[in-house]
Design a protein around this ligand. Structure first.
Ligand code: NAP
Length: 303
């Protein structure tokens, strides 16, 4: 069965290139004819690994036209997920499967609410890739991708295809807990790196702020019934800060490059859940407001 990939950016091209070189059928779905022409002019996806580059002439078409879609990897940013999914909704075959690769939470539920006849699987990935230019992607960090179904059900047989393609993937029986844990780690680190304009490691110099956020994120996770995700949160946050000391967080990089951030699906989602559960979370809300003001002052969307 063909892998259709909507969102030919960093992770979308990384998955497409690996599926293609494993001999698996894959096609890219591009926004419009202009993007399709630009892609065709380049002759395919270029993946750069360890400084070596390879060109993969993966077939592509526009999102609007083509054969019915049975299996779709949605690899755009969280704020684009709903409109991107809507652009292919009419092409989805009955019982189609979607893999939603977005970071944070909120976009997955929005997409699946619009597509009740499809099976929407959520993914949480720690792999790293970035776009050097259009359809030219650098593989930047080994990691793992967990996949799961919020509504239960069996692991899909095509996980073996991911293994065949060298895409490290594992089935998770509690994908929401994994996504919440990653959201909490992101919320404790990324906003502070933007507000302090620093690398991850420099947050070791702000231990009280980090501890206060971890405490409130822990309260939120408990209240959401994800107590396992709250365990050892501060210890893990401190370990990530130490292990990635020289790195700039993804949110820092988005803001530094004048790109929209996924704030609404990270800190925004945490604060919305706090509202729903009537939790005070004063430190988390204060950081959210400071970050929004920081983005607005730089002409960037604060949602
Ligand atoms: P990205 O490089 O910005 O790529 C997103 C792609 O989606 C772009 O090519 C964009 O097209 C495309 N797109 C958006 N709306 C579309 C539409 N309506 N129709 C067709 N294409 C559309 O993003 P990314 O870094 O791969 O991130 C994807 C998700 O994975 C994010 O939630 C991110 O947080 C998460 N993630 C990323 C990494 C990483 O290392 N990159 C790691 C873990 C998790 P245009 O180029 O035309 O705008």
């Amino acid at each position: 069965m063909t892998w259709s990939i909507l969102g030919a950016g960093s992770l979308g091209c990384l998955w497409a290139a690996r599926l293609s070189r494993a001999g698996l059928p894959v096609r890219l779905l591009l926004r419009d004819r202009q993007r399709l022409n630009a892609y065709r002019a380049l002759g395919g996806v270029t993946l750069i690994e360890d400084g070596r580059e390879s060109l993969y002439p993966i077939p592509a078409e526009t999102a609007a036209q083509g054969a019915p879609i049975q299996r779709l990897l949605l690899a755009c940013k969280a704020y684009d997920a709903e409109s991107a999914a809507a652009s292919v909704a009419a092409r989805l075959a009955p019982g189609a499967e979607l893999i939603l690769l977005q970071n944070g939470l909120g976009s997955q539920q929005a997409v699946s609410a619009h597509l009740p006849r499809a099976r929407c699987l959520y993914a949480s990935s720690t792999e790293g890739a970035f776009r050097e230019s259009d359809f030219r992607v650098v593989f930047a960090g080994f990691g793992q991708t967990w996949l799961g179904d919020e509504h239960g059900g069996p692991a899909p047989g095509w996980l073996a295809e991911l293994e065949q393609a060298g895409i490290p993937a594992q089935w998770s029986e509690n994908i929401l807990e994994r996504l919440w844990r990653k959201l909490a780690l992101n919320c404790a680190i990324n906003p502070l790196t933007v507000l302090h304009q620093c690398r991850n490691g420099e947050l070791a110099g702000h231990p009280d702020e980090v501890a206060a956020l971890c405490d409130e994120l822990g309260q939120l996770l408990h209240a959401c019934n994800y107590s396992a995700a709250a365990q050892e949160l501060q210890g893990d946050v401190e370990r990530v800060i130490a292990a990635t000391a020289a790195n700039f967080s993804s949110m820092y990089q988005d803001v530094a490059q004048g790109r929209r951030s996924e704030i609404a699906y990270l800190l925004g989602h945490a604060c919305r859940e706090g509202d729903r559960l009537h939790l005070a979370l004063p430190r988390l809300r204060a950081v959210h407001e400071r970050l929004r003001a920081y983005l607005v002052a730089r002409g960037l969307p604060d949602t």
